[in-house]
Design a protein around this ligand. Structure first.
Ligand SMILES: [Zn+2]
Length: 191
């Protein structure tokens, strides 16, 4: 990884991992795809490698990302999805070429066409978002409990009680903050 660039947060769900390329939206936002190159790197991690990316295509990717984030946030709050966000998601889905194929392990993989473009990869991400927003998949959209994050994530836990977008980051930080607050309370009451 090039020095000085923020690391990726890699989740299991494609669409919400993509929205996780911008973190701490309610705090000090961290842009994890700051350059076209980093978008290409991210896509490659998810098996959606394409050759090149222009700054306009990066802009389009971020527009899709924020649309998925806004739609997923509305869905988690059980509110109507903003029409403009649905439009962007649908347009991105339509404008790319990708095909689902079955692997020898009986899992689904997306194949991008020859000479594939960023748009083809974005169509796969859009289709993933659509399957979640349509309620086709086993899980529940929820919002991260961290006040500086509030990321929409897809909870596939048995109990559907996951509170944080990621245990390693938001979860641990919240726990630490609570621990410190409790320690301070104890110290005060001991005085
Ligand atoms: Zn979070």
């Amino acid at each position: 990884m090039p020095a000085g660039l923020p690391e990726f947060r890699l989740g299991k769900v494609l669409a919400t991992s993509f929205t996780g390329t911008l973190t701490e939206r309610r705090g000090d936002p961290v842009e994890r795809i700051p350059t076209p190159r980093r978008l290409l790197d991210w896509l490659a991690v998810y098996g959606l490698a394409v050759e090149s990316c222009t700054s306009a295509q990066l802009e389009r990717a971020r527009e899709l990302r924020e649309s998925i984030h806004a739609a997923a946030t509305a869905a988690a709050r059980q509110e109507a999805l903003p029409a403009a966000t649905v439009q962007v998601i649908n347009d991105c889905s339509v404008q790319g070429r990708a095909a689902a194929v079955l692997t020898p392990e009986n899992t689904r993989r997306w194949l991008l066409g020859p000479a594939s473009r960023v748009e083809d990869a974005l169509s796969v991400i859009a289709a993933d978002a659509i399957s979640i927003l349509a309620g086709e998949r086993d899980g529940r959209l929820a919002l991260c409990a961290s006040p500086t994050c509030r990321a929409a994530f897809f909870d596939t836990s048995q109990s559907r009680t996951r509170r944080w977008c990621e245990m390693n980051t938001c979860g641990n930080r919240q726990k630490k903050a609570r621990f410190t607050a409790n320690q301070q309370k104890k110290l005060k009451s001991a005085k």
